[in-house]
Design a protein around this ligand. Structure first.
Ligand code: FEO
Length: 392
C-alpha cells in the first residue's frame, strides 16, 4: 500500500474500491475510492475514516507514516457509513482520540454506534489548533446529509470537502491533472446528479460559505483531488446548484410493441430539424443513474411510455420514482405514449413533471395502437415546435 503526500505532512490514506458497480442504486461503472487524510502535525489528525471492508488498506497506509495509536483527533465530516463505518474499530485502535463532528453528526453517530464514541461537537466556523495548523469546520447541511461538514486547513490552502466535489472513480491517479477533464466532469456531474441534485439551494449556501477561503486544493472523500481544475469544477457546481442546463434535448422512453419507440424517433427527427442536439435513451438499455446525469445538464426533457395495466411500464415507473426524489428543476417537459385502451401512462408522467414545476408548453400525445401517417406528421411538427420553443 502506498500513502500519498498531497501537501507537506498531509497524506491521502484512503482505499480504492475497484469492484463496486452499484452504490445504493447508482451505477459506479468506474468504481470509487474512499478518501481519508492524515495530517501529521503536533496533534496527529485523521480526516474521515472508511467503509469497514477497507479498514486494513487504510491502516496499512497510516502505518507507513505513524503508529495509528498516536492519532489524537479523528474528524468525522459525514456520518454516512462509507466514511464513518470503521470509526468504532479505529476508535478502539486509538482510544485517546477525540472524534470531531457537527451537531447533527453527533446525533447520527450515536444512532449508528450507540453512544460509544469519544465525541466532541464543533459549531460551524469553529477552529481547532493541532500544532502548526488550525483546522476550521464549516457545516454544509444536506451536502449530502444533515450532518455534513467540510474541514479547511488554512496553512495549506486545503479544503477537505467530503462528499462535495466527489466523483466515483477508482484509479491509481490521485490528482485531477492526471486524468482527462472530460472524464472528471462526466463523473463529477453524475455524482452531483445522483447524490446532491435535490439540494441546490444548500449547495449555493455551501459555496458562499467557502468562497472567501483561499483554496488551492480541494480533496473530496471520493475520487481524485482537485488542484488544476478548481475554478472549472467550482463553476460547474455553481451552474448545477442554480439548475442551469444546456440548450439540448433528451428523450427518455420505453416501448412494448414499438409504437412509443416510433414516436420517440420521430420527435427526435423533428427537434433535430431545428438544429437542436438530441439524446435518446431507452430505459431497457441505459441505467437510470446515467440518464439522470443527462437530465442534470439538459433543458428539454421528453418522457414516453405506453400504458400497461392502466399505468406505466415498470421501467418508466422506476425512473420517475428515482427522478422525483432527485427533484430536477427548471426544465421544459413533454410527454408522449401509446395505448390500446385506458391510456393512463401519459397522465401519470405528466402529473410528476407538473409537481416538479416543469414548463409544459405543448399538450401530450397519446396514440391509440399504431401511429398513422397523419399522426407521424403531427409528431414531427411537435418536435419542430419544441425545438423552436427551446431556442427562444
Ligand atoms: Fe460518500 Fe454521503 O457519503
Amino acid at each position: 500500500m502506498e500513502k500519498i503526500e498531497i501537501k507537506p505532512d498531509i497524506f491521502w490514506v484512503g482505499g480504492i474500491d475497484w469492484d463496486i458497480r452499484n452504490f445504493h442504486g447508482y451505477s459506479t461503472n468506474r468504481g470509487t475510492t474512499y478518501n481519508s487524510y492524515l495530517i501529521n502535525d503536533e496533534k496527529i489528525t485523521l480526516v474521515d475514516t472508511i467503509k469497514p471492508k477497507f479498514i486494513g488498506e487504510m491502516l496499512s497506509r497510516i502505518k507507513e507514516i505513524i503508529d495509528p495509536k498516536k492519532i489524537d483527533y479523528i474528524i468525522s465530516n459525514h456520518v454516512e457509513m462509507d466514511h464513518s463505518g470503521s470509526l468504532p474499530e479505529i476508535a478502539k485502535i486509538c482510544p485517546n482520540a477525540k472524534i470531531i463532528t457537527s451537531t447533527r453528526g453527533e446525533k447520527g453517530l450515536n444512532k449508528h454506534y450507540k453512544d460509544n464514541l469519544n465525541l466532541k461537537v464543533v459549531d460551524s466556523g469553529e477552529s481547532l489548533n493541532i500544532g502548526k495548523r488550525n483546522l476550521t469546520f464549516v457545516h454544509i447541511p444536506m451536502v449530502h446529509w444533515p450532518d455534513s461538514m467540510v474541514t479547511y486547513v488554512k496553512k495549506d490552502k486545503l479544503l477537505l470537502s467530503n462528499d462535495s466535489f466527489g466523483q466515483h472513480i477508482a484509479s491509481q491517479e490521485r490528482f485531477d491533472h492526471e486524468l482527462e477533464w472530460g472524464v472528471l466532469k462526466e463523473e463529477a456531474a453524475k455524482y452531483y446528479a445522483n447524490i446532491v441534485m435535490p439540494y441546490g439551494s444548500q449547495v449555493e449556501k455551501a459555496l458562499s460559505s467557502i468562497q472567501d477561503l483561499e483554496i488551492n486544493m480541494i480533496a473530496p472523500s471520493h475520487g481524485i483531488i482537485w488542484k488544476t481544475h478548481i475554478d472549472k469544477i467550482v463553476n460547474e457546481y455553481k451552474k448545477w446548484a442554480k439548475y442551469e442546463s444546456e440548450q439540448k434535448a433528451l428523450i427518455i422512453y420505453d416501448s412494448m410493441w414499438g409504437s412509443t419507440e416510433i414516436i420517440a424517433n420521430v420527435l427526435r427527427e423533428g427537434i433535430n430539424e431545428i438544429g437542436i442536439n438530441v439524446s435518446i435513451r431507452n430505459l431497457k438499455n441505459t441505467h437510470i443513474s446515467d440518464i439522470i446525469s443527462e437530465v442534470l445538464t439538459t433543458k428539454l426533457i421528453l418522457l414516453g411510455s405506453p400504458t400497461l395495466n392502466n399505468g406505466l411500464l415498470p421501467t418508466m415507473g422506476g425512473f420517475l420514482s428515482y427522478m422525483k426524489g432527485l427533484r430536477p428543476k427548471n426544465k421544459i417537459g413533454f410527454v408522449f405514449g401509446s395505448y390500446g385502451w385506458g391510456g393512463q401512462a401519459v397522465g401519470e408522467i405528466e402529473k410528476i413533471i407538473r409537481d416538479l414545476s416543469w414548463d409544459i408548453p405543448i399538450q401530450n400525445i397519446n396514440i391509440n395502437y399504431i401511429p398513422t401517417e397523419d399522426d407521424l406528421k403531427n409528431i414531427k411538427n411537435i418536435g419542430n415546435k419544441l425545438g423552436n420553443y427551446l431556442k427562444k
